[in-house]
Design a protein around this ligand. Structure first.
Ligand code: AMP
Length: 208
């Protein structure tokens, strides 16, 4: 099963991806996580990406596309993958289609986790993320329940950057909903519900 997750930042894509990974053994390819790891490691890519990320802007396509290409070729992605945070614009979606075609693979579904913008602002401003494993939880949780790592507030989850990220989502990423509807692989769930209820629908949609 090869899946693309769509939805605004904070819609719960990462959480749903995690549950799909646990149940179906898919590779979780989160470009945000990969980029944050590159920033932490102070690699060449990390140094180039950091300023864009801090400003809530998209990192240039070619940098992200190279990362994704490499991950799609890794062994763990051969049995299926979930792309989380990629593609973020039409150019990335078109490139993904041609890369997959060259690998004689295709997408089975583009799953939209739909949450209204006012809910997103509240979620992101109270979101804390584990420095070690990327697990997310609401403010007040100081130790990661999954790995014991330190929970912190991402710079781009601070109020001044949240609106910018939502604007970028609306203008650049939301058009992908129609792109995948046009390819007849769009599936939608209401993400403004408890995690397990959302997942029950996700599961039903993907296994139907
Ligand atoms: P995320 O964790 O998915 O919200 O991503 C955090 C940040 O990483 C975004 O605000 C962008 O700056 C960058 N980023 C993640 N994925 C992409 C992508 N597919 N294209 C460009 N920039 C990205």
């Amino acid at each position: 099963m090869n899946i693309v997750l769509l939805g605004a930042p904070g819609a719960g894509k990462g959480t749903q991806a995690q549950k799909l990974v646990e149940e179906f053994g898919l590779a979780h390819i989160s470009t945000g996580d990969l980029l944050r790891a590159a920033v932490k490691a102070q690699s060449e890519l990390g140094l180039q990406a950091k300023a864009y990320m801090d400003a809530g802007k998209l990192v240039p396509d070619q940098l992200v596309i190279n990362l994704v290409k490499e991950r799609l070729q890794a062994d763990d992605a051969q049995a299926g993958f979930i792309l989380d945070g990629f593609p973020r614009n039409t150019a990335q979606a078109v490139t993904l289609d041609s890369e997959l075609a060259a690998m004689e693979r295709n997408l089975d579904a583009a799953l939209l986790v739909d949450v209204k913008p006012d809910v997103i602002v509240k979620r992101l401003s109270s979101r804390r993320t584990c420095r070690s494993c990327g697990y997310t939880a609401p403010a007040g949780v100081d130790v990661c329940p999954r790995c014991g790592g330190e929970m912190y507030q991402r710079d781009d989850d601070k109020p001044e950057t949240i609106q910018k990220r939502l604007d970028v989502y609306q203008t650049q990423t939301a058009p992908l909903i129609e792109y995948y509807r046009g390819h007849s692989i769009l599936k939608e769930v209401d993400g403004d519900r408890p995690v397990d209820e959302v997942y029950a629908d996700v599961r039903a949609l993907l296994t139907a």
